[in-house]
Design a protein around this ligand. Structure first.
Ligand SMILES: [Zn+2]
Length: 256
């Protein structure tokens, strides 16, 4: 009898006072890259909600209004004018990927590395190709070339047609942070596979989607995120969109 009561008391204590901490190694994304390619730019997740799922990540905004970075729990919006804005919690995103960043591994990057060399070095440090990995690179860069995308209005054009006229920005001898992910090949259709990086200057005045890089002196932190959660938009437009085609060639075009 006594043992029985002890069992119930233990169960109640466990339930009432000792909830397991949330798993921080979850990659949380809203919608899919193929939906974005099709021109589904309506924000469906508010930034307040997005930040409940991560303090670090990348994405875009309602109506494709610029490039998003999430860094240390703050959301930055690099708009097509090249300036950095701080949208409020009610602003929404059609497509974003975040996680809670806890570095598993740190790499010192000495000397000049271009984007291909940088990615090769990061691949060596994170050899598990089938697990999503977040990367944060902080330091000085001899050069960074970025782009942003201009806000669109309905009827929304397809993403390839928007990025064909994208404004680009060049930074030389600049301090800043690169935020991004490497996603496995089997994410095709869901997100950008391989490396996808965004940049923010340390004075928070410029940045964007990274096109070219030349590192100077930097440090890279890597965080594997083996769990994945995808929040799909509710409603007819997403439900009816044709997301069956292989859009990989288009993804490569809009990322470059
Ligand atoms: Zn991007």
């Amino acid at each position: 009898m006594r043992r029985w009561w002890f069992g119930i008391a233990t169960a109640l204590l466990t339930f009432a006072g000792c909830a397991a901490p949330a798993d921080r190694d979850v990659l949380y994304q809203t919608s899919t890259i193929n939906a974005l390619l099709e021109g589904l730019y309506d924000g469906h997740v508010a930034l307040a909600e997005l930040l409940r799922h991560g303090d670090f990540g990348i994405g875009t905004f309602d109506a494709l209004d610029g490039e998003m970075l999430v860094l240390d729990g703050c959301v930055y919006q690099v708009r097509a004018d090249g300036r950095v804005y701080r949208p409020g919690p009610e602003a929404a995103t059609p497509f974003a990927t975040v996680t809670f960043f806890d570095a598993d591994r740190t790499l010192t990057l000495d000397g000049t590395l271009d984007l291909a060399e940088l990615e090769a070095l990061l691949d060596q440090a994170a050899p598990a190709r089938n697990v999503p990995v977040a990367v944060r690179i902080t330091g000085t860069f001899a050069q960074v070339k970025t782009r942003s995308v201009p806000r669109q209005s309905r009827p929304y054009p397809r993403l390839v047609d928007v990025t064909a006229r994208q404004p680009t920005f060049e930074f030389k001898g600049v301090a800043g942070t690169i935020v991004g992910f490497r996603l496995p090949e089997f994410f095709k259709g869901l997100n950008v596979t391989g490396w996808h990086l965004h940049f923010l200057t340390s004075d928070r005045t410029g940045g964007g989607h990274v096109l070219e890089v030349e590192t100077e002196k930097a440090r890279a932190d890597l965080d594997e995120t083996p769990s994945v959660f995808i929040a799909l938009p509710r409603g007819g437009e997403f439900g009816k969109a044709d997301l069956s085609k292989d859009r990989d060639a288009e993804v490569r075009r809009v990322e470059k």
